[in-house]
Design a protein around this ligand. Structure first.
Ligand SMILES: O=C(O)C(=O)C[C@H](O)[C@H](O)COP(=O)(O)O
Length: 196
């Protein structure tokens, strides 16, 4: 699933009418995956439209409540990402057999994720939590864990994270930055996807 992709575009799209153009741009850029954040009113609609294209792996992001898991699942989400670790969210995903990547930034949270049967976590907010040195320190303590650093990562810094063997993928919005989406700059979205 997301392990097939090393970069996960984190999408905050306010206008569901642009979902199809955005999907086409991600596919054209060679990054047919999107984490649609449940932070906007139209998030479930955006997710559904992207999923209906059939050529993208689409998941839900910023999921902090079990009810949002159901909403995302019904809209066609194939994975769920959260900025933090909620046992309620994780258990609901597990009941639906939906892969879930909770956010962690401490050893204690990683232990809680392991207790819930997970081995892949989002390291969030990556840059503000010490960046790659923190990933290295946590990975040394938890060799069984794979990390998806997200938060403040750029096209320039992505590579150094991805070179670490414990990093499964990185998440970020640099290729779907708000100004690009608002300005419908789909060619630039595709170009930024292709950088890595
Ligand atoms: O809410 C979540 O689940 C998040 O993942 C928070 C942010 O959307 C990502 O951290 C992307 O952050 P930037 O790449 O810095 O824009």
């Amino acid at each position: 699933m997301i392990g097939d992709f090393r970069v996960i575009p984190v999408v905050v799209l306010h206008d569901p009418a642009s979902a199809d153009d955005l999907g086409a741009a991600l596919v054209a850029g060679g990054l047919p995956i999107a984490e649609v954040t449940f932070r906007t009113e139209g998030a479930a609609t955006v997710l559904r439209r992207l999923a209906q294209r059939g050529d993208l792996t689409v998941g839900a992001g910023t999921v902090i409540k079990a009810a949002q898991v159901d909403q995302a699942y019904e809209a066609g989400a194939r994975f769920v990402v959260s900025p933090g670790l909620s046992a309620e969210v994780v258990r609901r995903c597990q009941a639906l057999h939906l892969p879930v990547i909770p956010g962690v930034s401490t050893a204690t949270e990683i232990i809680a994720a392991l207790d819930l049967g997970l081995d892949t976590v989002k390291f969030f907010p990556a840059e503000a939590s010490g960046g790659l040195p923190t990933v290295k320190a946590l990975a040394a303590a938890f060799p069984q864990v794979r990390f998806v650093p997200t938060g403040g990562i750029t096209a320039q810094s992505a590579r150094s994270y991805l070179d670490h063997p414990a990093v499964a993928a990185v998440g970020g919005s640099w290729m779907v930055a708000p100004d690009l989406l608002a300005g419908k700059k789909w060619d630039e979205v595709a170009e930024r996807c292709a950088i890595l």
